[in-house]
Design a binder for this molecule. Structure first.
Ligand code: GMT
Length: 383
């Protein structure tokens, strides 16, 4: 198949999922064309089946806001026509689904029938999507998509609750490529002693440091943990909450026990030295960062919000708490970090659960969906 993938290229789960999906499809022989405003950060290698098309928006003094959606729709028309795409797969509804719908309508007028699939990732529904300034456009473009997928059952339900639509939504969960996690540190690249001294435990948090991630709770939990268990905290990522976090670590006097590493393109190596992952988000449709940690044999302390319980299994792969309940999160973290046998058992169980999300299990589901949508479009055109 010839597939056009639209995604955000920046640090964020939806871009990671879209890029890893495209890479895996290309490995299987499909031709995959990425279309975005800059090269997706995980698209760090090319093979003969991978292509990248940049959307550039001309500036003009009249534009207070550059019309990215129109430029994207125009680029989709161009790529679909000239590369002979079979379908478009857009990740994150805003504004990708409406741009794809516009492109589909333009292409149809010119005799090209190109279906599009929308994958909902989370905040496009639960935060931004429910904003009245976007709602009618998102609802319409979801309903006009040839197929819609959501990355968790929870997100599917949220979409129905928020948009009151009867559109069929298929749950295709996020995934990891487990092969890429095995043997990551065989070459001794990942050394704990750079971050923690002998006997100290390592907690890790990875996110884009937006308010929804509640990174302040990470620090409050860690502050309680380090008073009971000698430990260090590694923070990976950057974003709007970074200044607040630095202020809080000074107030709590924990800065000396925290390593802030900033943005890391691929956090596998750093995850491989961790003992416990923490994700105390306000809302999380899936929690890809938690799954990536589990694939690296890290149990997870998380909230019980959104799709997190579908990934982090209470008492098996880690523990779940109510949003903001830092005492409960800290108590569970201490339980795990102070008992090496229990920690080893949870590490094993976290890895086993991650295996169920291996790309080998998920990729065929996208391929089946692509084929179904392409066949259905051809049938409509012929009839
Ligand atoms: O919130 C983020 O980290 C970014 C956002 C995105 O779209 O890039 O993440 C959402 O999509 C990820 C991939 O499907 C999910 O793993 C995250 O749970 C989801 N974030 C939220 O729902 C807050």
């Amino acid at each position: 198949m010839k597939i056009g993938i639209v995604c955000y290229p920046t640090f964020g789960g939806s871009g990671v999922v879209a890029t890893e999906l495209g890479k895996a499809l290309a490995m299987k022989g499909h031709k995959v064309h990425f279309i975005s405003y800059s090269q997706p950060f995980r698209l760090n290698y090319f093979n003969e089946n991978l292509f990248y098309h940049e959307v550039s928006v001309s500036n003009y003094p009249l534009f207070e806001y550059q019309p990215y959606e129109s430029a994207l729709a125009s680029k989709l028309v161009d790529v679909a026509k000239h590369e002979g795409l079979d379908l478009l797969h857009v990740h994150y509804a805003i504004p990708h689904a409406s741009a794809a719908l516009m492109a589909k309508q333009i292409l149809a007028k010119q005799g090209y029938n190109i279906p599009f699939i929308t994958t909902l990732h989370g905040t496009d529904i639960t935060l931004v999507g429910r904003d009245a300034s976007f709602e009618p456009v998102i609802r319409f473009s979801i309903e006009e998509s040839d197929a819609v997928t959501a990355v968790s059952e929870s997100l599917r339900q949220d979409t129905y609750n928020i948009f009151k639509t009867d559109k069929a939504i298929e749950v295709i969960p996020n995934f990891i490529n487990i092969e890429e996690y095995n043997g990551i540190c065989d070459n001794h690249k990942c050394q704990r002693h750079h971050y923690a001294s002998n006997g100290e435990k390592i907690m890790i948090h990875v996110s884009n440091f937006r308010a929804v991630k509640r990174v302040e709770d990470v620090l409050r939990v860690f502050d309680k943990v380090r008073k009971k268990v000698p430990s260090k905290l590694i923070l990976v990522g950057d974003g709007p909450e970074r200044a607040n976090i630095e202020k809080l670590c000074r107030e709590l006097d924990t800065c000396k026990d925290i390593h802030s590493l900033g943005k890391i393109v691929d956090p596998k190596e750093i995850l491989s030295i961790g003992d416990l992952f923490i994700l105390p988000s306000e809302t999380e449709s899936f929690g890809l960062a938690a799954l990536e940690a589990m694939a690296m044999k890290m149990p997870v302390i998380s909230t019980n919000t959104g799709g997190l319980p579908e990934v982090n299994e209470e008492g098996i792969t880690g523990f779940l708490s109510n949003v903001g309940d830092v005492d409960h999160m800290a108590a569970n973290a201490i339980k795990l970090l102070s008992n090496n046998a229990l920690l080893a058992q949870f590490k094993k169980q976290a890895y086993e659960k991650a295996l169920t999300f291996d790309i080998q299990n998920i990729l065929p589901r996208y391929e089946i969906l692509y084929n179904t949508v392409i066949r259905a479009t051809k049938k409509v055109v012929l009839s």
